[in-house]
Ligand binder design. Structure first.
Ligand SMILES: [Zn+2]
Length: 191
């Protein structure tokens, strides 16, 4: 992991802690994935680290930009209205509030908020937050590519299924697994 990426993660983690996010480490990794470590237009101009779309009853400002979604088995670009935040802490607080508001209607968000471990939180959130597909076997194994999943399924005669959003969960966890040591000391040190 590059020093600027670690700096982004530490700063995002602190903002998530300040916003009372229930899994601030995972929230920082989600933000890293969805903002390209803070380099997306939404992040740099609007402090929108998650690609948060505007709520039905807006509390924050709005900007319209294209986004890529995995729909009907292919990636397509669609326009969406995005939220403009004053700072990162507001972004993380709104993210948490959005999950809580939608939890009664979205089982994956309900499961995410009830998660005991961060990994469980990320997988659950991702399966309703994102359309990025991942592949899961009936035995419970998950795969980063369809090819690997199909090889496994063929060899073991297990059943492979496509799970929308699971791919996002895997990518967030890959970022989390790349961080070593204490999060509060993730800051870069010169030799
Ligand atoms: Zn299997």
């Amino acid at each position: 992991m590059l020093p600027p990426q670690e700096q982004f993660l530490r700063k995002a983690w602190q903002a998530a802690v300040d916003a009372h996010h229930i899994f601030p480490e995972m929230a920082a990794c989600e933000a890293a994935l969805e903002s390209g470590y803070g380099h997306s237009q939404l992040a740099t101009q609007d402090n929108n680290l998650f690609g948060m779309k505007q709520h039905r009853h807006p509390l924050y400002g709005t900007v319209s930009l294209p986004t890529r979604e995995f729909l009907s088995n292919e990636w397509v670009t669609v326009n969406s209205n995005w939220i403009v935040y004053g700072d990162w802490q507001s972004c993380f607080a709104d993210r948490m509030a959005t999950l809580e508001r939608l939890a009664p209607h979205v089982p994956h968000y309900r499961a995410a908020l009830a998660a005991v471990k961060g990994e469980e939180y990320v997988i659950q959130v991702s399966e309703s937050w994102s359309t990025d597909p991942g592949w899961q076997c009936s035995c419970g194994a998950i795969f980063q590519s369809q090819v690997l999943g199909e090889q496994h399924a063929a060899q073991a005669q297990h059943k492979l299924s496509t799970v929308l959003g699971l791919g996002r969960g895997e990518k967030v966890l890959a970022i989390f697994n790349a961080i070593t040591g204490d999060w509060s000391a993730t800051e870069t040190h010169s030799p």
